[in-house]
Design a protein around this ligand. Structure first.
Ligand code: GTP
Ligand code: MG
Length: 602
């Protein structure tokens, strides 16, 4: 048998998971001497790189002494929490990272809870000890309390601790020790992570935890082999979650080493490998021995909590900027997304309308962003939470919200959240004039809150939330407090007219921008919508004004990113997303149509 250790790296967002994996690759000598690699190399796709976050969990393998260590880097953002749970089933130990200043955050709780429940052996890494505000001993205490609160076994509670500055490649077992390298991490893994159970002489059982797609070989399943061996060319039985057994053949077997994947001939119990050849493969399926197919426990897949409707773009500017604009194209693209993204669901709800459900706004934004980069053009509606019936009671998702705010602002933030039905759970001083306040709040009330919160705290506040549970529906919550500035004309904006409008609120666009009737060009400073004319030129006069034009000073518009716009819109509004622009519009473009429909709804 090969000597193998399988670990996952889990933590709250940004606590340094991908950075530490980088260091483990580097310091184990897995990167060849001439191999070029980027910082945080595991964040390999374009959106991950740009945003500096991990979206998909990814695995790699390193060699340390005569061991192979399979490492799975997981996403820390709450929207991708479902992945973490599946990944945890594939490993025997975990590195739980926690920021030496921020301490236990919502997603730390979420992942620790899952990890403990699955009986995994944790190694706690207190990361970013180089931060001037770091307080490692406090954070160790917080982790100890968290484990105790979440019902850790004695063995789990007795976790080893490593102090690290992952970015600088530094680690040590005691704060007092001089800075060392990652050797202590490797050694702790070998010592504390159990060796994989199972045997290569048993009947084959491998479970798929992630899917990938390749244009040449088709669907790829990444799986952990729990028993037996898999050879390239093997005939196997695929046991599906619904109990069906499907025959198939492994046409390609792929092994991992550092950032590379290579074809291999054979793999055995304990290892993590990818394979191609089974087109119907899904997450949770078991590859079995056809002579004795015994499926492994199915995997729990998190239910979606949020939906939006993707639709064919029907704005007056439709079809001018995108390559793929038809209902069929959009449908095909969404369907192919569902092939590999098990956390999302798709439903056709009408002519050119598709309901897409997922775990949160970020997950949906990432899909929309990928599509616009691929040349798609489409509309997206306001996110809605999924309300469901649990034993006759109407329930909605609730979230655990943690905010860090300057003390003098905490009053106003608490008041604002109170209006949104948040229940305050605790308040703690964090040092440097900051307070940490925890709430439980309906997910519905969080839609649109981030923008408001950043404005209220002048960008100084930090907020984090993660899914808690479904609870009885909490009744109506406040929506956006400001109306929209809506264009009443088609054409191109002029500085002169924008200048006249900018006192009415905050503009989202600048001059020489294409607009149409019903397009939203800004936020009104009052609660009602206001129709404005952004294309009106200056009245012609015979007298030459001396430099009047130069006197026009426009306030820079508020850039509306996809997320910001998605959070901002109301039920009667839509986003128009194209490869070149993100526009905000009214569903009904003319004022008379809007009047008619608002009357109808009352
Ligand atoms: N000061 C300091 N910064 C660090 C350290 N380790 C990581 N960082 C920084 O923290 C940021 C987040 O690091 P990542 O490795 O992307 O964090 P992550 O946990 O993978 O984040 P997600 O995958 O999005 O959940 C980056 O800017 C890193 O450079 C450290 O030891 N000290
Ligand atoms: Mg990461």
């Amino acid at each position: 048998m090969q000597k193998i250790r399988n670990i996952a790296v889990i933590a709250h967002v940004d606590h340094g998971k991908t950075t530490i994996v980088d260091g483990l690759l580097e310091q184990s000598g897995t990167y060849g001497t001439h191999e070029h690699h980027d910082e945080r190399a595991m964040d390999s796709n374009a959106i991950e790189k740009e945003r500096g976050i991990t979206i998909l969990s990814k695995n790699t393998a390193i060699r340390y002494k005569d061991y192979k260590i399979n490492i799975i880097d997981t996403p820390g953002h709450a929207d991708f929490g479902g992945e973490v749970e599946r990944v945890l089933k594939m490993v025997d130990g975990v590195l739980v990272l926690v920021d030496a200043y921020e301490g236990v955050m919502p997603q730390t709780k979420f992942v620790v809870k899952k990890m403990l429940a699955l009986g995994k052996k944790p190694i706690v890494v207190i990361n970013k000890i180089d931060k001037p505000s770091a307080d490692p001993e406090r954070v160790v205490d917080e982790m100890f309390d968290l484990f105790a609160d979440m019902g850790a076994t004695d063995e789990q509670q007795d976790f080893p601790v490593i102090y690290a500055a992952a970015r600088d490649g530094i680690a040590k077992l005691n704060m007092e020790d001089p800075d060392g390298n990652f050797e202590c991490i490797f050694e702790t893994i070998l010592k504390h992570v159990p060796e994989p159970e199972g045997d290569r002489d048993n009947h084959t059982q491998a479970q798929v935890f992630t899917l990938d797609y390749d244009n040449y070989v088709g669907k790829i399943g990444i799986s952990r082999i729990f028993n037996g061996i898999i050879n390239k060319g093997d005939n196997v039985m695929l046991a599906k979650a619904d109990g069906a057994l499907v025959k198939g053949r492994i046409t390609k077997l792929i092994g991992f080493h550092g950032l590379n994947r290579m074809e291999i001939e054979q793999a055995e119990a304990g290892d993590i490998v990818a394979f191609a050849g089974l087109e119907t493969v899904d997450v949770g399926d078991t590859i079995c021995d056809p002579s004795n197919p015994v499926p492994l426990d199915p995997m729990h897949i998190e239910e979606p909590t949020l939906t939006v409707v993707f639709s064919v773009n029907d704005s007056p500017l439709a079809g001018q900027e995108g390559k793929h604009v038809t209902s069929n194209k959009i449908k095909d693209r969404l369907e192919s997304e569902m092939q590999t993204n098990v956390a999302m669901k798709l439903e056709v709800v009408g002519e050119g309308k598709f309901k897409v459900s997922g775990r949160g706004e970020l997950q949906i934004t990432v899909l929309a962003e990928n599509m616009r980069r691929e040349g798609y053009e489409f509309g997206v509606s306001r996110p809605e939470v999924i309300v469901k019936d649990i034993e006759g009671v109407k329930c909605e998702p609730f979230e655990h919200l943690v905010i860090d705010v300057p003390e003098e602002l905490s009053g106003s933030v608490i008041e604002r959240l109170g209006k949104r039905k948040a229940e305050m759970k605790s308040m703690l001083p964090m040092g440097q004039g900051f307070q940490r306040i925890e709430f439980e709040i309906p997910a519905r009330a969080l839609i649109g809150f981030r923008g408001q919160f950043l404005t209220d705290t002048k960008g100084e506040g930090v907020m984090n939330h993660s899914f808690l549970e479904f609870r009885p529906y909490s009744g109506g919550v406040d929506s956006r407090s400001y109306g929209a500035l809506v264009s009443m004309e088609n054409g191109e904006t002029l500085s002169f007219s924008l200048f006249g409008i900018q006192d009415r609120g905050v503009l989202f666009i600048g001059p020489q921008t294409k607009v149409y009737e019903g397009m939203i060009i800004g936020e009104h400073s009052r609660s009602n919508d206001l129709a404005v004319n952004p294309i009106k030129g200056k009245a012609q006069s015979n007298v030459r004004s001396s430099g009047a034009d130069e006197a026009i000073k426009l306030i820079p518009p508020r850039g509306m990113s996809l997320e910001r716009a998605l959070e901002w819109i109301e039920d009667d509004e839509l986003l128009e997303i194209t490869p070149l622009n993100i526009r905000i519009r009214k569903k009904y473009l003319t004022e008379s149509e809007r009047k008619r429909h608002s009357r109808g709804s009352k």
